[in-house]
Structure formats: structure tokens, C-alpha cells
Write a protein that binds this ligand. Structure first.
Ligand SMILES: C[S@@+](CC[C@H](N)C(=O)[O-])C[C@H]1O[C@@H](n2cnc3c(N)ncnc32)[C@H](O)[C@@H]1O
Length: 384
């Protein structure tokens, strides 16, 4: 038997009437009252709507929802979680409930009025095709609804489309401990009772991964045996969290660039790893001073540097070695003539260093903010 969406709508219309007027505790369809997936309503406050959810979501929502955010509740029912979201986003935020059952929409609207939540909007729509613009939500919540959807991939695609980059989906739902057999999937009462349409943890992860969500986690809650018709069947309630990544959605953002295009902004002649290594080499107090001095003085020997910086020779030699390793400076062996002038000698005792001519322009540019004006440099120049 094929599951019909009209049957789901009818069963929730009936469930609302039963719950409201008979104050029964089960959330689900008429046939599944005693084997329902869902806990008794968490209703406590005077104006708190009845809950048809499978998990009490308030503590989790408090962790993720902030003032001013836009939150969409998929399958908002009588508005239990929607009212919590409305309170958390405050007067500058928006809480939008989406449901395809007329009675639920009406009930949630009344509940918003009773609670004076003017930031609540209700949209009557199927959650596989929601008439709201891309990137409209900071957080999308849902409680015991997506298991009821006939095309879950399409619903999760909608979630991805509606979430802003970095936005999070908080989906409390019924999770099957193993893939469900066909006769269970095709049993209308089991489907409307939040069992027949349940996906496993792995099925959730696979779908969400394929769509492009990141940070996917499925945390399982309480196990519950569903006894009739399928004695071996076990379902659990669980929370599925997933984030719409920033990079994937850059193409929709204000700068209109894809992540590939952002990569293309890099200079192909200076790969990032090399650039980062050079910046790390330069970004050291003593090495920066040595480079600045060499840019000014053309060539200096280790002995000069040791005396200028008043450091011990091994310390200077170590920093020079690092600069040489990155090809920023080059050295030649020297001795000193009687007049004290540097002379190249392969077995010379000293090494004289200068900026690698290939890197001179690059280093002048890179270090220009750290170098005094040419006039000041000329004043300080040593012609010895
Ligand atoms: C088990 S109730 C949960 C209601 C609510 N989230 C709560 O926690 O009280 C399921 C709700 O999802 C709605 N629903 C089921 N499938 C839907 C669909 N494809 N599109 C929109 N709403 C749907 C039903 O009308 C019903 O209000």
C-alpha cells in the first residue's frame, strides 16, 4: 500500500483534536495510540501548546538559538517548539512555522496570539517545497516530522537551501536501529505513527553527506520497542545535527565568489605553503632586525652582526642559518686584509652575508612598513 500525504494530514488533524479535547498523551496517528513513538506531552505552562514531538527540545534550542536570529520549524504542529524559538529569538528575530495540516496551522497561530509572540509567522506548505527564500534561516528545527516525509532527500535539500552559510539544522526524530522491511515501510499506521518512515543513523548520515552538510552528528536517545505487527522492530529517538558549511555557500554570498574562485586569487608564483614559511621566517624579532640591517648595509659579516646586536655569536649564526635556508640571504667566506677590508677566501674564518639579489625587491616590499624612510636610512648609513 502506498502512503498518502492526505492520510498523514488527516491523522494529525485527528491527533490534535484528540489531544486537545481528550487530553491524551500520545502524539501520533489514531491507529498507533498505544505504540506511539512519542513521549507524553511536555505541556506545563498555561499557554504552552500541546507537543507532538519525540524529544523535549528546549535545552538544546537554548544552546543554539540567539536573539535576533531567524528560526524555521519544519512541521511545527501546534507550535510547541515554535513558541520556545519565538521567545529565544526575541522581538528582533523571527520564528517561522511550516506545516501542511490546516488545523495545526490554525492552532499554532492561536497559540502565538495567546503568548503575544508577534514575531511568529505560519506558512502552510509541504516541507519538501517551502515557499521561503534561499539563505533565510540561522537555525532550522524539526521535532518528529521528517520521518513522516515521503521524500526525505528533498526535505533535507530544502533545509540546505534555506540555511544561511554556517546555519545549523536541529532535527529531533525517530531513528530505526536497522533498515526497515518493505511491509513495515508500506504500513500506513506505522508510517503515520512515526515508525514506518524512520531512517537509520547511517541512512541519515549518507543523505546529509551527499547534500554537502558538515559536522553531521546523530545522537541516539531512548530505545523503544514497537510491539504490534513488527515485534522485532526497535526505534529510538535521536537528535540529528548538521551544518551548512560556509565555503560551499560562498557562491550565494555578497562577494559572489565560489571557493574555487577564492583559491584562484592566490599568486601561483608564491604557493601558500612557501609564503607562510617565509612569513614565519621573517616574523622573528632578531631575524627581522638582521634583514632590515642587510637591506640597508649591503653586506655584513657575522662579527659585525654580533657586535651590533650585542648577542652571542651562536645565536646570530642560528638566525642567519634560518634566513639562508629560505634563500633570503646568501653568504661568502671571507678574511680581512691588513686594511680591514673583506676579501673572499674559500677557507676564510668569517662569513659575510647579504640579501639574496633575487629576493631584494620582494623583501624591500614586504618589509617596507618596518623600514624607515630612504632619507633617514641615508643619514644612518655606514660607509666603513
Ligand atoms: C508528530 S507531529 C510534530 C509536531 C511538532 N513538531 C511538535 O513537536 O509538536 C508532525 C507534524 O508534522 C506535520 N507534517 C508531517 N509531514 C509534513 C509535510 N510533508 N509537510 C509539512 N508538514 C508535515 C504534521 O502536520 C504534524 O503537524
Amino acid at each position: 500500500m502506498k502512503i498518502q500525504e492526505e492520510t498523514i494530514q488527516q491523522s494529525y488533524s485527528n491527533a490534535l483534536k484528540r489531544k486537545k479535547y481528550n487530553s491524551e498523551s500520545s502524539c501520533c496517528a489514531p491507529q498507533t495510540q498505544s505504540q506511539s513513538c512519542c513521549p507524553p506531552s511536555t505541556t506545563s505552562g498555561l499557554n504552552e501548546p500541546v507537543s507532538f514531538g519525540c524529544i523535549y527540545l528546549k535545552p538544546i534550542l537554548m544552546d543554539y538559538i540567539e536573539q535576533g536570529m531567524t528560526v524555521i520549524d519544519l512541521g511545527s504542529g501546534a507550535g510547541h517548539d515554535l513558541m520556545i524559538a519565538a521567545e529565544l529569538v526575541g522581538p528582533n528575530g523571527k520564528a517561522i512555522g511550516v506545516d501542511f495540516t490546516d488545523d495545526m496551522i490554525r492552532e499554532a497561530r492561536e497559540n502565538a496570539q495567546k503568548n503575544n509572540h508577534s514575531n511568529v509567522t505560519l506558512v502552510k506548505a509541504n516541507i519538501r517545497d517551502i515557499p521561503l527564500p534561499d539563505n533565510s534561516a540561522d537555525v532550522i528545527i524539526s521535532n518528529c516530522v521528517i520521518n513522516l516525509a515521503l521524500d526525505k532527500k528533498q526535505v533535507f535539500n530544502e533545509v540546505f537551501r534555506l540555511l544561511k552559510p554556517g546555519g545549523i539544522m536541529i532535527d529531533a526524530d525517530v531513528i530505526a536501529t536497522k533498515p526497515l522491511r518493505r511491509e513495515i515501510r508500506e504500513n500506513s499506521s506505522l508510517w503515520c505513527g512515526c515508525v514506518g518512515g524512520a531512517l537509520t543513523k547511517d541512512e541519515h548520515k549518507e543523505i546529509l553527506n551527499k547534500i554537502g552538510f558538515t559536522n553531521i552528528s546523530v545522537k541516539l536517545g531512548e530505545k523503544e520497542e514497537v510491539q504490534f505487527e513488527a515485534p522485532e522492530l526497535i526505534v529510538e529517538s535521536g537528535i540529528i545535527l548538521a551544518i551548512n558549511p560556509m565555503s560551499e555557500r560562498m557562491k550565494y554570498s555578497c562577494c559572489n565568489l565560489t571557493s574555487k574562485e577564492v583559491e584562484n586569487l592566490a599568486n601561483p608564483e608564491l604557493p601558500d605553503e612557501l609564503g607562510i614559511r617565509i612569513l614565519k621566517t621573517v616574523g622573528h624579532p632578531l631575524r627581522l632586525k638582521i634583514l632590515r640591517l642587510l637591506l640597508n648595509q649591503q653586506e655584513l659579516c657575522t662579527c659585525d652582526l654580533t657586535s651590533v646586536f650585542e648577542e652571542q655569536q651562536p645565536i646570530i649564526t642560528k638566525q642567519l642559518a634560518r634566513l639562508k635556508e629560505e634563500n633570503l640571504i646568501i653568504g661568502r667566506k671571507i678574511t680581512f686584509s691588513k686594511e680591514g677590508l673583506m676579501e673572499s677566501k674559500l677557507n676564510g674564518k668569517w662569513t659575510a652575508y647579504r640579501i639574496n639579489p633575487d629576493k631584494h625587491e620582494f623583501l624591500t616590499h614586504l618589509l617596507s612598513p618596518f623600514i624607515s624612510s630612504p632619507q633617514k636610512r641615508a643619514e644612518n648609513r655606514c660607509d666603513c
